[in-house]
Design a protein around this ligand. Structure first.
Ligand SMILES: NC(=O)c1ccc[n+]([C@@H]2O[C@H](COP(=O)([O-])OP(=O)(O)OC[C@H]3O[C@@H](n4cnc5c(N)ncnc54)[C@H](OP(=O)(O)O)[C@@H]3O)[C@@H](O)[C@H]2O)c1
Length: 329
């Protein structure tokens, strides 16, 4: 193949920008597996990279896109052969190694996963980093001992990517779920995913009291800030919260009261450097526990040529559920 389409982040005297480009094999980075990228996705972090609103990209010029899925076309690794369907999330891809917004990627085989049976490249990217992170949160809470009959679970950013997949998986497993959202108009959508009730985001963005009425068996939080502090202060004795995001704030204006008076546990969740055995566990669980019809309904396709505008949309909270990007040939 002579050239393939790509988006390229540049930073020079003219500042930071992401430009539509054509690349060739010689532009690919080091790695032992070359992948024909079929799909990528748009996560919150991709929105930050596409708009330059946070320093996600740390090497220039660089193809953004923290996820990719496609077919192996060349491999010197014994673990992958041409034709294998593979996916990749994180490991610095789209940050310091060329990412998913290009027709080809050359990557390290240690970063790649075979797409689990039951999923294909499109659905793997409909899940993407957001969905895989939702499952990492669920695994932490399961390890802690949550049970479907153990009481309600609060999920913030419910209409976003992590929130939508967390609702869909836990809803199918029979949990009682309360969706915290700034988009009351999405109530029907959130109930379809599995929410028993809808809570206005504004009730959670006010400063938290040290302790509030014990309500939640557990929580999954993508917001940080007051939202996370409020969920913690409302978590029942012995409960747990998995925190993975900063959509509201990087700060955590909370007190230690939930930890020292109620034995509440706060779990941090990182998807980027998560070890491979846990990734495989998360992806196998997604293939098993996610209703694929629901996945199709909670995902939409974003036009490759419109990626910078779509980046603005996700940061402004205008994208519902998950956004898949088909990479043109
Ligand atoms: N730790 C990790 O490895 C990891 C991995 C993936 C994602 N993340 C982080 O998790 C977060 C969610 O990612 P995503 O891809 O799901 O993004 P997303 O699709 O944009 O969802 C984020 C959601 O957060 C809610 N939200 C937006 N602004 C808010 C505010 N000011 N206060 C409270 N809630 C707000 C909105 O949901 P509603 O409209 O329903 O309120 C929005 O849809 C991001 O911060 C992302 O960086 C971290």
């Amino acid at each position: 193949m002579s050239s393939f389409p790509a988006w390229l982040a540049r930073k020079d005297d003219d500042g930071y920008r992401v430009e539509r480009s054509e690349l060739g094999d010689a532009d690919l980075m080091e790695g032992d597996v070359t992948v024909a990228v079929e799909y990528s996705t748009l996560n919150y972090k991709d929105g930050l990279a596409l708009t330059g609103k946070a320093p996600i990209v740390r090497r220039f010029p660089l193809v953004p896109g923290i996820d990719l899925a496609g077919r192996v076309i060349e491999s010197s690794s014994p673990d992958f052969r041409p034709g294998d369907s593979v996916l990749l999330n994180g490991f610095g891809v789209g940050e310091e190694h060329h990412g998913g917004y290009a027709g080809r990627a050359r990557v390290r085989s240690e970063w790649l996963l075979k797409i689990p049976e039951g999923l294909d490249a499109r659905r793997a990217m409909a899940i993407g980093t957001a969905g895989y992170t939702a499952m990492l949160c669920i695994l932490k809470l399961e390890d802690h001992g949550i049970r479907p009959d153990g009481g309600p679970i609060a999920i913030s950013g419910a209409a976003g990517g992590v929130g939508s997949i967390a609702l869909a998986v836990l809803g199918r497993l029979g949990y009682e779920l309360q969706a915290i959202t700034g988009r009351g108009e999405e109530a029907d959508y959130l109930k379809t995913l599995g929410a028993a009730g809808i809570l206005p985001r504004d009730d959670f963005t006010r400063p938290a009291r040290p302790l509030a009425r014990e309500t939640w068996q557990a929580g999954i939080d993508v917001a940080g800030g007051n939202t996370l502090a409020n969920i913690l202060s409302q978590t029942r004795y012995g409960g747990a919260v998995a925190a993975c995001g900063l959509a509201e704030s990087m700060e955590l204006p909370a007190s230690v009261a939930p930890f020292i008076l109620r034995g509440v546990t706060l779990y941090g969740v990182d998807s980027v450097q998560c070890p491979m055995p846990r990734r495989i566990e998360a992806w196998n669980r997604l293939a098993r526990d996610l209703d694929l019809d629901l996945l199709d309904r909670l995902s939409q396709e974003v036009d490759f040529e419109r990626l910078p505008e779509a980046g603005e949309d996700i940061l402004a909270g205008r994208i519902r559920g998950r956004a898949v990007v088909k990479i043109p040939e």
